[in-house]
Design a protein around this ligand. Sequence first.
Ligand code: HEM
Length: 407
Amino acid sequence: MAHFDENAKPFSAKWLDERLALTTVSKVLAFEYWIPKNINFLWAMGMVLAVTFGVLLVSGIFLLMYYQPSVDTAFDSVNYTIMTEVGYGWLWRHIHGVGASLVFLIIYIHMFTGIYYGSYKRGREMIWLSGMLLFVLFSAEAFSGYMLPWGQMSYWAGMVITNLFSGGSLEAYGLVEWIRGDYVPGQAFLTRFFMLHVFLLPLVIIGGIVFHFATLRLPHVNNQDGENFDFEEAAELYKAGKVKESKVIPFQPVFLSKDVFVMGVYFILFFYLVFYNFDFAMDPVNFDPADGLSTPAHIYPEWYFLWSYEILRPFSKDFGLIAFGIAQVIFLALPFLDRSPNVAPASKRGLFNIWFWLMLLDVLVLTFMGKLPPTDATFAFIGLVAAILFFVLWIALPFITKIEKKL
Ligand code: HEM
């Protein structure tokens, strides 16, 4: 039985510490959570993501107080009640909309930082896999949220994406009707996407973030030189004050102060968009109520799904579905397709450097092409080439990284 100080005052710091192990917990999570010293502002993106998720949760809870998940009233509850009747309702809606868009921008920066520095190798495979799980969950969360205002784009994007599940032999199983709960998107569809968006998916995402953090604890974060050193040894030297130039710093207060600075800059941009440019996160077509009898001239998803949508578009329905499915999950396989043990920035990895920049450029081209109507033959051709290049790059990856191993 542990020793307790009988004289400690109830709820004093000592009394709480003896019962909740506060000192140990704060050491493990903050004061003795060691971070390499040679990392730049890109390593703050993880915390920016965690805080943006918090902002989405809080703003979502405020919106939930007035939102009505009924096909007859959902559109008005958002566009009339929340936007014009409820005090500051517009502010919470703008915060939620801008947050949903920016979270993807930061996720992509965070992912490509990981790829550039090879942060998915040498013991960090589970960090990558749990991160990709979060990406898939955030995609499902964004898609389900997009259905809720029940505007024209909600309805028709819901129709197009669920239609994918009628490809090939899936048609026979009635999978689309099963997902929709009806022949076309209707009340059952809205109710289930509402439940997913406000309850089930946020719950799983919270679990996913805790898991992602747990996967970081033992391998520690990577650094911008790919340097491999013994963290515990470096930490002992830091604590003993024996080295002038320590290789590690504690998360609290040293790295956290950098995180907070980056977050300050980020929130200036965030609130600039909320107050002056919120329409970048809202599609004008979605300000018309859902109408199953009038198809919009051009149906496209939000900007963060455009690259994978463009991979789907040039192909026939069945093949497009397979290509789209692979594109969604192929990044999961990265730690296993990159066969070089070399953890270093891409700039020092020969062919991989070219691979990295081509992949980034390709995803950007796919994103731009995805927004354009499919009628222009030149753009459709560029989209097709970019979609093929995406797969060629993934097929080439194991080969070019195997050559790198030999060099
Ligand atoms: C969306 C919610 C996410 C949150 C809240 C989150 C949070 C974090 C945090 C706090 C870190 C440590 C600091 C840093 O390196 O930024 C981190 C590291 C990492 N995350 Fe995420 N992350 C998320 C999504 C993702 C995604 C989508 C991926 C990509 C698959 C990913 C892959 C990684 C990797 C590889 C590291 C290690 C970086 C290194 O060792 O240098 N994360 N994440």
